[in-house]
Design a protein around this ligand. Structure first.
Ligand SMILES: [Cu+2]
Length: 212
């Protein structure tokens, strides 16, 4: 039983963490008559993948930062996918050369240099007491100011409670969970986990035990 719970938790954690590892390919759907999403904010080193959905179009750069490569590629039933890896920071405008006024898109590429170690930042999370019965404290450290979501999930990966979704200053913080879900009901005793996600920084999670 204990092994089973541990395996389930590991799978759930892995599923939640997957977003971080997979964040380097961004898909844009090409259809009549739009790029979706038309605006993308990505990091240097990320890839944008245009995927054909319908019609006859192109993805064609309009303006790119100095030093960056341009592109012009058909998107139709025989050319359904096209990747560009972005390594030069700046703003890229692109369009469909067949529908230049209707179909446009913007990609903004941000630098990641200087922040690589922060990407896997652990937030120095500590939870106490273990186990907790009526109030759990989660302490964490922000390496820099950032918009951060702190949530509680159950063993199946179901969201139980969003504790915070706000801007935190650099430094130490403590947030509490009273064992209640979004409806204010006290949840069953058992294994849960917290997740701390800060845009552009990192995403971490760990287990907590509610009740003995
Ligand atoms: Cu088009």
């Amino acid at each position: 039983m204990k092994t089973k719970i541990t395996i389930s938790l590991t799978i759930v954690l892995a599923m939640l963490m997957l977003n971080v590892a997979k964040a380097t390919i961004h898909t844009v759907q090409v259809a009549d008559f739009s790029f979706t999403p038309s605006t993308l904010n990505i990091n240097s080193g990320d890839t944008v993948r245009w995927v054909w959905v319908s019609g006859t179009h192109t993805t064609t750069s309009t303006s790119v930062p100095s030093g960056a490569a341009t592109w012009d590629h058909p998107m139709n039933s025989t050319s359904t996918q096209f990747d560009v890896k972005f390594t030069v920071v700046g703003t890229y405008n692109y369009h469909c050369s067949i529908h230049p006024t209707m179909m446009t898109g913007v990609i903004t590429v941000a630098s990641t240099t200087g922040l690589p170690e922060v990407k896997n930042y652990s937030f120095n999370v500590k939870t106490y007491p273990i186990p907790f019965t009526d109030n759990l404290s989660i302490s964490f450290t922000m390496p820099e100011r950032g918009t951060t979501t702190i949530s509680i999930y159950d063993i199946t990966g179901k969201l139980i409670k969003i504790l915070a979704d706000m801007e935190y200053e650099k430094g130490n913080h403590i947030i509490n969970w009273d064992g209640k879900n979004e409806n204010g009901e006290t949840v069953n005793h058992g294994l849960y986990f917290y997740m701390i996600e800060s845009k552009g920084l990192s995403k971490v999670s760990g287990k907590i035990i509610f009740g003995s």
